[in-house]
Design a protein around this ligand. Structure first.
Ligand SMILES: *Cc1c(COP(=O)(O)O)cnc(C)c1O
Length: 376
């Protein structure tokens, strides 16, 4: 059901419609967003006035350079519409057609933006979990994912090793640190990717911080210039209102909020049974480990999405399988660093998950009901 990209769009629109309906009935308090993607847009009054003038963009750009370099390291930063747009710009700018993009990541699968960008650039693509593997001689760009979509985090020593290996071969390294720029540093005490020698690193300003969806790339000035120029050709760069909100979000970033998630996680896991797996700032549930949902003929992704839809429609709990972009991970992940996690009692969350799983076991035998649950 979800292999078809058109159904993926339907699935997402169905979820957004449910959110709209709940908002009509209960207001914003009826929604608990545990995706960890907050989409905050923290503008101040004075920013609004500036947005309407030509001086605004100059000022926001300056602020972004300061706050962005402090967060990411590197000589210069640039802002993009999304992390995916930053990755596409970098791959288009730095690879030759026919060369190879070589991608190391702590656990497969990759975020789709990396292989899709390679494809658009007519470059070959290879991904591996083996950090001792050597990239082939025709490699034009090494990508390393710092933290996967499921929050599997790279070892710092692995990251350093492949950066050195790539540099010995004269190949630039881009670190996809969408969530890693905060998870690796705040929770795991690792250094910023640029401090470890990465030529470029990109992060998402709405992951584990209260900013808008946008991609912030940092690194060596000469490479940032080349990537930016490619972005302008295809309209992939962030516009001034987005830059203003990204800069504010970076200025307001509070690492202790990520630490608070650890306490909530402990409380949740203390007395919860169905197969949960810890993530750095929360937990995830694998359908294969939940009794009564196996052997139904549905894929794991479909079952996760169905549970995600029930959590949304019955309890207002938002998780990525329901609302995520087409092709995004269908792992049923609960991010307790999300701002709304503070409003939701741990016991209510436990009860909601039990309820969704129980309701689903009643729906699964009926194909038509399953279809309607996921696609509307
Ligand atoms: C979220 C994410 C991206 C893409 O971010 P978008 O804002 O959706 O473009 C890329 N790579 C990884 C590892 C991610 O987690």
């Amino acid at each position: 059901m979800l292999e078809d990209p058109l159904n993926e769009v339907k699935r997402r629109e169905h979820a957004l419609r449910i959110i709209w309906e709940r908002m009509e009935e209960h207001g914003r308090d009826g929604i608990y967003d545990l995706t960890g993607l907050s989409g905050g847009f923290p503008l101040e009054e004075e920013d609004m006035d500036l947005l309407e003038t030509y001086v605004g963009p100059a000022i926001f750009e300056e602020k972004l350079q300061g706050a962005g370099r402090e967060h990411m390291g590197g000589e210069m930063v640039a802002a993009f519409n999304r992390t995916s747009s930053a990755i596409l710009s970098a791959v288009l700018a730095l690879t030759e057609p026919g060369s190879t993009v070589f991608h190391y990541l702590p656990e497969l699968p990759s975020h789709p933006s990396v292989p899709r960008s390679a494809q658009l650039a007519s470059a070959g693509y290879h991904e591996t979990e083996d950090f001792t593997e050597n990239p082939p001689a025709d490699t034009s760009l090494v990508v390393v994912t710092g933290s996967t979509m499921d929050h599997r985090v790279v070892e710092e020593s692995d990251l350093v090793r492949v950066i050195e290996m790539a540099h010995d071969a004269g190949v630039p390294v881009l670190v996809d640190d969408a969530s890693g720029a905060r998870l690796r540093t705040v929770l795991f005490g690792q250094r910023r990717a640029c401090d470890l020698g990465a030529d470029l690193a990109v992060t998402s300003t709405d992951k584990l911080m209260h900013g808008p969806r946008g991609g912030l790339m940092a690194g060596r000035a000469e490479l940032i210039e080349v990537v930016k120029s490619k972005a302008y050709q295809f309209g992939l760069e962030a516009q001034p209102p987005l830059i203003a909100a990204m800069a504010r979000a970076l200025e307001n970033f509070e690492p202790s909020e990520i630490m608070d998630a650890l306490k909530r996680k402990e409380e949740f896991l203390r007395d919860f049974r169905p197969g949960v797996e810890e993530t750095p700032t929360g937990f995830m549930i694998r359908p294969s480990s939940v009794e009564g949902l196996n052997g139904s003929g549905y894929t794991e992704d479909e079952i996760s999405t169905a549970i995600s839809m029930l959590l949304l429609s019955e309890h207002g709990i938002v998780t990525i399988p329901a609302v995520g972009m087409p092709g995004a991970s269908k792992t049923l992940r609960f991010d307790l660093a999300a701002r709304d996690a503070g409003r939701l009692e741990v016991s209510s969350l436990q009860a909601a998950i039990h309820d969704a799983i129980e309701k689903l076991s009643g729906i699964i035998p009926d194909d038509e009901k399953m279809r309607r649950l996921i696609l509307g």
